[in-house]
Design a protein around this ligand. Structure first.
Ligand code: NAD
Length: 248
């Protein structure tokens, strides 16, 4: 599915940072933004994933700025923002999306530190680096901890609820410079859902749309919320779940 975002108000050569752009939802978002003429700065732990994304963007006649490292490490976040400041155009958009898989074995304190801490550090760097040029940012949360309670480790819904809280707080604090919104996906077809437990297919079949989502179906919402077309939308968390939360 290739969507046309030319009507959403992105200007050619505006810059967006996309975290977790090496795979899944971040990758799909980076490609949609690149197709809309936006220059993408792609940040991820996965160097190979970034290289593959970069090739695809080159093939469209675009160019991606790659930074590989761990966003849970403040030194990498500082370094990545220093590099982004050299791009030549200010970063207008931030897709705060990279986070550990729900299956990661962590305590609640570790989960808060890694998952919320990295989003907070990246958002803080965005505002500090871009100032009034910062137009909007999105936070990838989850239905877990926000619209749904399910069988995940304790840290996951806790961190995702915290991300939604941080997103709303920043929406008010920054008074629209930048706007701040969130997406709350249900199960999406990425490497994280590639090897599901036996009961998963049954659960998905009971859901209203009877399937999991595609990364592009989350990316489309992220691109809309980021764009000038969503100029009066600030501080909302939108489920992308095919109404799963009404039936689970
Ligand atoms: N796939 C789902 O079912 C689902 C559901 C709800 C929410 N989410 C959320 O969507 C976001 C994207 O997940 P996805 O499904 O696309 O996963 P994915 O594994 O396909 O992609 C995530 C990317 O983020 C990168 N990443 C993770 N931690 C990082 C770190 N500390 N520093 C730098 N890069 C890091 C990974 O290397 C990977 O390339 C996550 O925040 C996840 O919690 C996913």
């Amino acid at each position: 599915m290739e969507l046309d975002f030319s009507g959403l108000g992105f200007q050619r050569d505006e810059v967006a940072v996309v975290t977790g752009a090496g795979n899944g939802i971040g990758r799909a978002t980076a490609l949609m933004l690149a197709r809309a003429g936006v220059t993408v700065a792609a940040w991820d732990l996965d160097e190979e994933g970034l290289e593959a994304l970069s090739k695809e963007i080159d093939g469209m006649g675009g160019h991606a700025h790659l930074e590989s490292g761990d966003l849970a490490d403040q030194r990498f976040v500082d370094h990545a923002w220093q590099q982004a400041a050299q791009i030549g155009e200010p970063v207008r958009y931030l897709v705060n999306n990279a986070g550990p898989a729900a299956t990661t074995d962590m305590t609640v304190s570790e989960g808060i530190q890694v998952a919320i801490g990295s989003y907070a550090a990246v958002a803080e760097g965005f505002v500090a680096t871009s100032g009034q040029a910062a137009a909007s940012m999105t936070f990838t949360a989850s239905i877990a901890g926000t619209f749904y309670v399910g069988p995940t480790p304790d840290w996951y819904p806790t961190a995702k609820a915290g991300i939604a809280g941080l997103m709303r707080h920043l929406a008010v604090k920054h008074r629209g410079h930048p706007r701040s919104n969130g997406v709350a996906p249900a199960a999406i077809r990425t490497q994280r859902t590639a090897d599901p437990p036996a009961t998963f297919a049954e659960k998905i079949a009971r859901r209203p749309l009877g399937r999991i989502g595609e990364p592009e179906e989350v990316a489309a919402l992220i691109c809309f919320l980021l764009s000038p077309a969503a100029s009066f939308i600030n501080g909302v968390l939108v489920p992308v779940d095919g109404a799963a939360t009404w039936t689970d």
